[in-house]
Design a protein around this ligand. Structure first.
Ligand code: F3S
Length: 69
């Protein structure tokens, strides 16, 4: 696998649907308002790449960025 993935949640777009958290709990944290934030520094651990893309495609607000580094 070439390159690592990083995720970022756009706080201007996230509306707290929490599908990301349901699909990839290792990659997202919800704040007290129910909005998602990337876990830690957003680095996607090896083996969780599919979950990162799954969360991205299932966010109704298109709030999740998956960045290839
Ligand atoms: Fe927000 Fe989308 Fe997750 S709206 S809580 S980033 S599914």
């Amino acid at each position: 696998m070439s390159g690592k993935l990083k995720i970022h949640v756009d706080q201007g777009k996230c509306q707290g649907h929490a599908r990301c958290k349901a699909l990839a709990p290792e990659l997202f944290d919800l704040d007290e308002y129910g909005n998602a934030h990337e876990h830690g520094d957003g680095q996607v651990p090896e083996g969780l790449e599919d979950k990162a893309y799954l969360a991205q495609t299932n966010c109704p607000e298109f709030a999740i960025e998956v960045i290839e580094e």
